[in-house]
Each structure stands twice: as C-alpha cells, then as structure tokens.
Design a protein around this ligand. Structure first.
Ligand SMILES: [Zn+2]
Ligand SMILES: [Zn+2]
Length: 399
C-alpha cells in the first residue's frame, strides 16, 4: 500500500474540481520504529499532555508510552478509564476528563479504540487543544475523522463538528493482540466498502451527488483484499502482515472520507442497515451487534439487492453505468461465505427475528430522509417489494 504522507496536510488538486486537503499531519502505524515522543511533541507543540486511556491496554501500551514520554521530560496527567462496565462517552465521562484539563496542558493523547479516541477528539475540539491518538484495535474506519460518537441524555449522537487528530499512531503488536471480535468488526467495516461504492455511483447518476473518481478508486483499492478467503484466514490467525493491512485499509478509508469531506466513500446502504440494526436492538433492550458485524450483514443484504437490480430487474437506464456498478460488488455467495468464515455470521436470524423484520428494515431504510442509495433507487421505481421478495428467498435458502 502507498504511503499516507502523499495525502497529508497539503492541497491536492483533483480532476473532480476540488482541491482536497486532509488536516492530519502524521500517520505512523509502526510507532516504535521511530521515537513517538519526538513526533508527538511536534504535533502537540509541547510536552505537557493529558493522556486518556483505557485500562485494558495498560500493559501493552499505556504504561510503555507513559514511561517513554516521562523519560523524555514530559509532564503527563494520566486518566485511565476502566473497570468492568464498558466505557461510555456520556456527560459523566466528559466531565471527568474535563476536570483533568488544566490551562497548562499543551494537548491530548488519546490511547484506545473508538470510544476513548472519540472522547479525545471531542475534548480537543471543545477546548481548542491539539490531540493525537494511538489506535489499539483495528475495529473501524473512523480514527482519521472529525466525527465523534457521544452519548447525550442517554441517546447516541454523532457530533460532526469535531477536530481531526493532528497525528495517528499504532503499534502493530498491540493491533495483533486486540480482541478477535474487534478485528472481525474492522473486517466487516472494510467489506462494506464493496456496496458503499456502487451506492455512490447511483447517487451521482440519479441524485446529482458530488462524486470523485480518484477517492472512489482509492477506496476500492483499500477494500480490494476483502474478498479473499486466504486474507480472512490470515486475519483469524492474527497474521501480523494481514492485521497491518487491515489497519492501513481502515486508516486509508478514514483519509478518503477526509478528502471527500463526507462519509460517502465509505458508507452506503450497508451502513444504513447497520445503524437500523443497532438502534432497534437498543430500543428492544437487546445487546446491539458490533458496528462492523452489522455492516458485514448489511453488505450481504445490499449485495442481494444489487443482484436483483442488475440481474433480474435490469432496467435499461442502468446500461451505461452497469460495468461501474459491478466493479466493487462481490457475488452474494462469496459475501455470505466470508461472513461465515470470519465469524461475523451471515444468517438472517443472527440479526433479525425473521422475514417480516427484514422487510420492515428494507422499508424503513429506504425513506426519503436517508442518504441516496440502492434503497431509494428501488423505492423510487416501485421495485422495493419485489427486491424484498428476492432477498427473502435468497436468505431462506441459506438457512
Ligand atoms: Zn477529487
Ligand atoms: Zn463503518
């Protein structure tokens, strides 16, 4: 994979008419190869930092990193969140972290997965301090973003006006020893790009959405390996090269969203399904599926919708973009096999109560308030019900 440096902190003139720019200054997925203390000092503009971290990564990352920074003369305030309950970015957590933010602090170092790094992102943007993050698991593609998921008044809110990290660091060994469910989740999130991309093409063609062929190409490139069963087997055995590949793909996808100034290159109908599945599980008092697992299942449903559209319905108006739509799509049998192989699970009953619930999901996700995807295309042409029949039959055949 190409180096990230070519995309960072410089205007990139593009054939799409925009000059893209990613405000992240440094990405280092093998941080101990050089001295992270020197890099972080440059990015934060000083050596006084609030270190936010999760107790789970204490031995693997928090302790060695604090030690290195202290040896280099840093003054650190360490806030380690932990305990048995999972960390939630609610008012209490934000208040606790804010109490540690003294006026002297130059910046924030957030060490962890999505939750801790979102907290750092939020705090950095609200206090005007620079922040860097150290990823500890390859679980999703949002590290290189300016969006933070917070829990406000008991409801999940995605705050879109936060800051990009000044730098992103990772230790490949720590990524390799992350819990397998988190590695799986990262894989599911990457697999989802295979349907996000044709959705973007449909939105460009039938909804006039902004589109950049270069960004779409980069996303396709980073998700290229996801259809390979050998790559999935390597991930399951924690092969260092493959975990690094997953990590870099997730980071590159984040960069693509930053280049686009929108989540469009990485998120289509499969993400709409994922949000629906997570929200309906929470509303029913059930444990929600992980982001990546539900994106993986959403990718299967979206792939079946594309099979119906391109092979069965085949409207003549799609002929000019047919090849472009097919470019990233995998056969639904392959997607199903990959979900089963990876342990994400591709059976309907892994996620929904039955066919009625599946039809309800398809209807709810095709509303005009949703981003334009294959769902709105089908619904706008009165094809959604027949598409739902097709998906239900295909799902039934797989048990
Ligand atoms: Zn462009
Ligand atoms: Zn995602």
């Amino acid at each position: 994979m190409s180096s990230f440096d070519q995309y960072l902190s410089r205007p990139i003139p593009c054939a799409c008419g925009r000059a893209h720019r990613v405000p992240i200054r440094r990405i280092d997925c093998d941080m101990w190869r050089s001295d992270p203390a020197a890099g972080m000092e440059q990015l934060l503009g000083g050596r006084r930092a609030l270190l936010l971290c999760d107790a789970h990564t204490c031995e693997a990352m928090n302790a060695p990193l604090s030690r290195r920074l202290t040896e280099r003369g840093w003054s650190l305030t360490v806030r380690e969140f932990g305990g048995s309950a999972p960390l939630v970015n609610d008012e209490r957590t934000v208040g606790t972290a804010l109490l540690d933010m003294t006026a002297e602090i130059d910046g924030i170092i957030a060490v962890g997965g999505g939750t801790v790094t979102d907290l750092g992102r939020f705090l950095g943007s609200r206090t005007g301090k620079p922040f860097v993050l150290v990823m500890t698991c390859p679980s999703m593609d949002g590290y290189a973003s300016n969006v933070a998921g917070m829990m406000i008044g008991g409801k999940k809110k995605v705050l879109k006006d936060c800051r990009f990290p000044a730098g992103i660091f990772a230790d490949p060994q720590v990524m390799c020893s992350a819990p397998m469910d988190l590695i799986r989740s990262g894989y599911g999130d990457m697999l989802g790009k295979r349907t996000a991309l044709p959705d973007w093409v449909l939105a460009r063609t039938f909804n006039g959405d902004y589109y950049c062929a270069r960004i779409a190409g980069l996303t396709a490139e980073s998700a290229g390996w996801c259809g390979d069963t050998a790559a999935v087997a390597a991930l399951l055995s924690r092969d260092p090269g493959q975990v690094l590949r997953l990590t870099e793909s997730l980071v590159l996808t984040g960069i693509n969203m930053a280049l686009c100034e929108d989540t469009r290159p990485a998120s289509g109908s499969e993400h709409i399904f994922s949000h629906y599945l997570v929200e309906s599980a929470i509303a029913a008092g059930r444990l929600p599926p992980s982001h990546g697992a539900s994106v993986g299942f959403g990718t299967l449903v979206a792939t079946l919708l594309y099979e119906f559209l391109l092979d069965t319905a085949a409207p003549p108006e799609l002929a000019p973009i047919q090849a472009e739509l097919r470019e990233s799509l995998l056969p639904s049998d392959t997607v199903y096999a990959l979900l089963e192989q990876s342990g994400i699970g591709g059976k309907l009953t892994d996620y929904l109560a039955g066919e009625g619930a599946l039809r309800e999901m398809l209807r709810a996700c095709a509303g005009p308030e949703k981003r334009y995807t294959i769902l709105r295309y089908l619904s706008g042409r009165s094809l959604l019900d027949s598409a739902a029949d097709y998906v239900c039959t295909a799902m039934r055949e797989r048990g």
